[in-house]
Design a protein around this ligand. Structure first.
Ligand SMILES: [Zn+2]
Length: 132
């Protein structure tokens, strides 16, 4: 794969380059900007996006966590109730920032997942309001 900095820039793809750079910078700033690119086939969208993967920051996660738990704010069922010292004992690791390539034919449920309202946790605000 051609490195991002080596890709050819021209008037027709400059807007995508600039948008991708905004996304990369926002990722370094801790507020990732997600992108969706549309256009004619063969115009380099996928090549530019895939090359950007090589310049994204890494993330720190609890070692081996498949949900990429932030050691300072764990959220998955396996780690969310652990103390700081327990997390420290497991360890942390730096991994490439997750990069998801989604087919144009993907459905909303495939991309965003779904919520089972019957199994919502009791800590959700609307649950408490419903008991009044
Ligand atoms: Zn976790």
């Amino acid at each position: 794969m051609i490195p991002f900095s080596m890709l050819e820039r021209y008037e027709g793809n400059e807007a995508l380059f600039q948008t991708v750079m905004m996304s990369v910078v926002s990722s370094y700033a801790g507020e990732p900007l997600h992108l969706h690119a549309e256009g004619l086939r063969g115009t380099g969208k996928t090549t530019i996006m895939r090359a950007a993967r090589g310049i994204l920051p890494t993330i720190t996660r609890i070692k081996g966590c498949i949900y990429n738990c932030d050691p300072l704010d764990p959220h998955c069922p396996e780690h969310r109730n652990l103390s700081g010292s327990e997390i420290e004992a497991i360890g942390t690791e730096e991994i490439p920032m997750p990069f998801l390539e989604i087919s144009h034919s993907a459905k909303v449920g495939t991309v965003a997942g779904s919520i089972d309202l019957a199994r919502r946790p009791s800590c959700m605000p609307f649950s408490r309001a419903g008991k009044r």
